[in-house]
Ligand binder design. Sequence first.
Ligand code: GAL
Length: 985
Amino acid sequence: MHEAEPAEALAYYEDPGPGTGALPPRAWWAASDARRVALGGQWRFRLGDRADTYDDGFAAPGYDASGWDLLPVPSHWVLQGHGSPAYTNVRYPFPVDPPYVPTENPTGDHLRAFDLPDDWPGGAAVLRFDGVESCARVWLNGTELGTFKGSRLPVEFEVGELLLPRGNVLAVRVHQWSSGSYLEDQDMWWMPGIFREVTLIERPEGAVTDFFVHCGYDHVTGTGTLRVDCEPGGTLTVPELGLDIPTGEPVIVPVEPWSAERPRLYDAELATEGERIPLRIGFRSVAVEDGVLKVNGRRIVFRGVNRHEFDPDRGRALDQETMREDLLLMKRHNVNAVRTSHYPPHPAFLDLCDELGMWVIDECDLETHGFQEVGWRGNPVDDARWTPALLDRAARMVERDKNHPSVVMWSLGNECGTGAGLSAMASWIRERDPARPIHYEGDLSCADTDVYSRMYADHAESELIGRRTEAPLADAGLDERRRAMPYILCEYAHAMGNGPGGLSEYQRIFDTYERCQGGFVWEWIDHGLRRTAPDGSHYFAYGGDFGEELHDGNFVCDGLLFPDRTPSPGLVEYKKVIEPVRITGDAERGQVTVTNLYDVADLGGLSFRWTYEVDGEPADSGRFEVPATGPGESALLELPRLPADRAGDEAWWTVRAVLAEDTAWAPAGHEVAWAQFAAPRQPAGRAHRGRPHSPRRAGGGLITLGPAVFDAATGALRTLAGTPVEGPRLDVWRAPTDNDRGMDWFAESRLDRAWRTAGLHRMRHRVARVAVGGDMLTVAVRVAPAAADHALHTVFTWTATGDRLRLEVAVTPEGAWSVPLPRLGVRLGLPGQLERVSWYGAGPGEAYPDSRAAARIGRWSATVDELQTPYVRPQENGARAGVRWAELTRPDGSGLRIEGEPFWLTARPWTTEALDAAAHTCDLVRSGRLWVTLDHALQGLGSASCGPGVLPAHRLDVRPAAFSFTFVPLGGTAGPTAPTDLEQQ
Ligand code: GAL
């Protein structure tokens, strides 16, 4: 419990109120004919370690700061060589002692001198800050303007009377910690600073104080409703609609509606006596009707991501190109929705969402999750002293962003528990903007919301909710209300490290139940900070790399993009799973069904192409004409009849939907959706000529069999056609993924621990028998960990025909097994010169049993380096699925071919153990060998790093198994491989 505090006035940075001196919040607009002065650039900067290290004399005119450092603004000073960033997920990195903050409170003094442009007219002007973390006190020319908190929200001060033509001095003192920090406990780096723009904006007489564009669309009549409220009054012109109307006056006009798929905007101009503002207006109506969220009368499905603002070098100080890049990447990966977790983004991002088309849930800058650590005692959202700050935050978000058609819902914040403060925010928002539904996930009763939103609910529960048969709430009234709400997963499919698995199964639920309106993958991008290793290479740092006392490690790296914005395999999978066209084929019937899964668009923007491949070789290709097919409709297409087929084992049809024309976000030909299906055929069944060999015991403790030489004592393969080989050994271990490692706070999710307890990372191989008999070599090995009696009894049976060496593996479990296996296969060590891998199977990217929708059957080739996926914290990666054959070759083409029933192929320049031991990518050092694992089966990925584990269908339970591979030496252009020492013995 808190002791009674002395009744002293609180310091401004500890006062729970929002601040002092600011103008009322209002809309943001990118430009107008009112002049602006951008105040970014190099500022003078000094850092104190307490709020009062320095007095405020620096704000006085004439202060000499020439000895201070220079700091770019916008920036976070901790990324500019002053102090360090720190990462915690839920826990506050300071005592939970609201509204007080630690005495150690890094405080950055910022100074900027500026002149006004010669044509600056004088009169009123405002100074705007778009984002400062976490609390600032501001002076202009020695006069204090006020103080503010609310890091990701704008604030403006009236400054006209203080401005001088020359030599203005803007002084800003920024405290890292403030009462506002208690409201900003989002799972991300703590990074103080002036991280968004600072701008001086002229406010001529009669300029716009604020305006609100009220736009709707009536899908029955096809008309738009429009009314722009403006203070002061003026006129609105929309040339394309022939409108020139006074503000405040409603009109109804026939229009094309705005949607994320067809972001139709109308250029307009708002003019008052003192200002002209260019606008872009989008007509759309959002409503919850009959338990379904609809836009323009149609159910929409969120194919969404949670987006934090992040750049590996600049933190949350994003430039416009990066914002656009994010949106282009999203659009190209079929993402149609963004939740702005967990704060309003830079305002320009929403302009881009309007322009390119994105459904947006705009979330307030509010999270008090750290109070959970203390049983939610003192939670600000349930303490009236904080309500003004909460209302201030709600108003600053809604007023700033109210004019964006892309914003379809307001979110009160994230993970704040429950309390009257949230209800106050919701009531205020409803009153101010009744046209948008309200979202908040943290209150299961949904008392203040219009949608039932959850995070990480598993498939089974989501399905129950989809049927509206979920477990009831205790309060019957609330239960009835919630049961009638649409359901969304505001977070799901935690994309940490290798994963998420189980996306397809979620999508099936969204496709099946009208109530399930999609979700938002957690999250868009890994927040790894770029650092340089001693050897000069780059790697990405995470929690704990900056000496933090408390931290949450690499939990900050859980995105679909790597920190440098390279798409991860998870994003490629997501793109496939959420594709807006479903294509299914039935080669026997000669038919293809194309289903339009768009919310509103028809298929007119796509062209459909097919290819026919035999054993991965192109045999024929062409295009389909697809009739007009509206959303929700399907078209049936006839597959072409092909002339006499080329010989081969397998034939596959691939149908692709690509953009018919260039769009604002991708060029014509960009692939949107695809499917593959096999053509029925009889496998040719190749006769492999050559005589069967018999194994022979040779001198030197060796056994020869066809092209292979074995160790007679251990049965291990030593060389194959002269190439030294280590193994093969039975392999059940993988470097645990973040999803295998589960959640710290939920022991049952920690599969890696169960695996280590079961000894799977330290299996011993006891050779029980090496037998030469007839035309086969048989090696029996008992594979088991120390201190346990569970084992995998493994029999390797080797035969050879001509230059082909065949291995059959039979695995029989012994004893009690309580864990699934990470993998089941064999591992080989090969010369490091085998650096190119070509295969026929699924590709080109990595795949795992519950994340393989994006891999397609074909012939692929990659270097060993290209097969590695650089997860920020190294872990199992790079498996290729469904491999029929693979060739591992040296630059001269010599090497090894491996054939099998479709198997999983992994090839890497380091061992699994080294991968397991590495903490950052720079820890991985080439071993000089190529380590290849040929897997019969793999455990799925799941998303247990925060959410459900592997679904039963993708668990690798321990049971008897049999599989086989054939190894064929490949001679290169450089002739036969030189014999090794071994062979010469
Ligand atoms: C959620 C939270 C996110 C993030 C995620 C796990 O609980 O809302 O901010 O922490 O879990 O990565």
